[in-house]
Write a protein that binds this ligand. Structure first.
Ligand code: ADP
Ligand code: MG
Length: 414
């Protein structure tokens, strides 16, 4: 795991240390942190075995930790009033494998199922007799990743807890294994049906680069972005509108994708290319066809974005027009074909583009959440002002605006 520090220390580290001292009366053995993430392009492609291009951001979640000698694990968070403590040996009863863990979800507060779920998933990776010898742990967690803004505070808490447990338990697991454990915790201990993009983006992030992920093979490639050198900022426009995975829209979209793949005789929409779309149009009803067309063209846009960012011509500078067009096309496809945008997200994107953004699109699952805009550094203030004014004029709640910087993955901070 990389320990290089390319950006400034995170305020979450001090927060986690403070909480640890309050909790235990003494200093932690160490502090580990992991970042949130933003997705540059590749939306609703992950569960179709497709491609995504997210990057880790500078906002981090930190876990201060120390071993205990009594086989118990205690987690505390600055978000939660009370720490939660269980015996390590009880984790298997709390989160029975494969059961979606209804029992555990009732027995501990939801937030605690993230770090405890990671501990459970990590223990499942070692032989039972080794798991039986793992010592207990105190973990204190603090975060600067906004929750529910589409920046994956969940992957950040999983990555921070996973890194601390991995180090203090001496498991020596690699970043991909820790990402898988985070996803397992989220799917089975928390019960949120998410893909693995967030965890991979958090665990494999590098400064000034994006993580090109093949969601089928889990192969990754670090793609240099060069935004800072080109004078560009990524502006996040958080609409504040909350989305929920459990509401119908997300499940319906997934069902359309599954029907599309079945009708076309492939394992997943990843296996469909733009050239197959005329045949898809004949086989599918118009709504399913549009859902399929989004996924198929979005996969192609990710590949085109990677090609644009890695082309030999990069020596002549960033191909801003190509990048901008791909972002705008992604948004149009999510809005018109996948139909997961909302008026707030469309307003954010249209206003940013009208005020000089190179490109903009909604990011995350949709039905709320945030948009990103790629903006020349000198225009960030003007674009932000214009977005605020447009939201106010339409009677939308005030958006939350801030920039994110492509940053490094997990590290030991102290
Ligand atoms: P996001 O888009 O931010 O990942 P999720 O719903 O996937 O939204 O995850 C948010 C949830 O993760 C929170 O409701 C909480 O349960 C948990 N979580 C995230 N960060 C923390 C933290 N620092 N402390 C405790 N729980 C956290
Ligand atoms: Mg999440």
């Amino acid at each position: 795991m990389t320990a290089t520090r390319t950006d400034s220390p995170s305020s979450a580290v001090a927060g986690a240390e403070d909480l640890f001292r309050t909790l235990t009366g003494s200093a932690p053995a160490g502090v580990w942190s992991a970042p949130g993430r933003a997705n540059l392009i590749g939306e609703h492609t992950d569960y179709n075995d497709g491609f995504v291009l997210p990057f880790a951001i500078q906002h981090r979640t930190a876990a201060a930790a120390r071993l205990r000698t009594d086989g118990r694990i205690r987690v505390a968070s600055t978000f939660a009033p009370e720490p939660v403590e269980v015996a390590l040996a009880d984790l298997e009863t709390l989160f029975p494998a494969g059961s979606r863990a209804a029992r555990g979800r009732d027995a501990v507060p939801e937030w605690a199922a993230y770090p405890l779920g990671v501990a459970w998933a990590l223990r499942a990776l070692v032989p039972a007799w080794v798991a039986g010898t793992l010592p207990g742990m105190d973990l204190a967690i603090a975060s600067e990743v906004p929750v529910g803004a589409g920046l994956s505070s969940s992957a950040a808490i999983e990555g921070a807890a996973g890194s601390a447990l991995n180090a203090l338990w001496g498991l020596d697991l690699d970043a991909v294994t820790l990402a898988r454990a985070g996803r397992r915790a989220e799917n089975e201990a928390v019960g949120a049906p998410t893909g693995i993009m967030d965890q991979m983006a958090s665990m494999l992030g590098q400064a000034d680069a994006a993580v090109f992920l093949d969601c089928r093979s889990l192969e990754t490639r670090s793609i240099p972005l060069g935004f800072a050198e080109a004078g560009l900022e990524v502006l996040v426009i958080d609409t504040g509108v909350k989305h929920a995975h459990s509401t119908g829209g997300y499940g319906e979209r997934r069902a359309s994708c599954e029907r599309g793949a079945a009708a076309l005789g492939v394992a997943a929409l990843r296996d469909v290319t733009p050239a197959d779309l005329p045949r898809a149009a004949e086989l599918l009803d118009p709504v399913d066809f549009r859902r399929v067309r989004h996924v198929v063209t979005e996969d192609q846009r990710v590949l085109d974005m990677v090609a644009a960012l890695t082309a030999d011509e990069r020596s002549r500078g960033l191909p801003e027009d190509v990048i901008g067009d791909l972002l705008v096309a992604s948004h149009a496809s999510l809005r018109d074909d996948f139909e997961v945008s909302i008026p707030e997200l469309d307003t954010a994107v249209d206003t940013a583009l009208a005020h000089g953004a190179i490109g903009a699109r909604m990011t995350g699952g949709g039905f709320g959440g945030a948009a990103i805009a790629l903006v020349d550094r000198t225009l960030v203030a003007a674009v932000s002002e214009a977005v605020r004014a447009a939201f106010s004029a339409r009677g939308f709640a005030e958006p939350h605006l801030f920039t994110v910087v492509p940053s490094a993955g997990p590290r030991r901070d102290a």
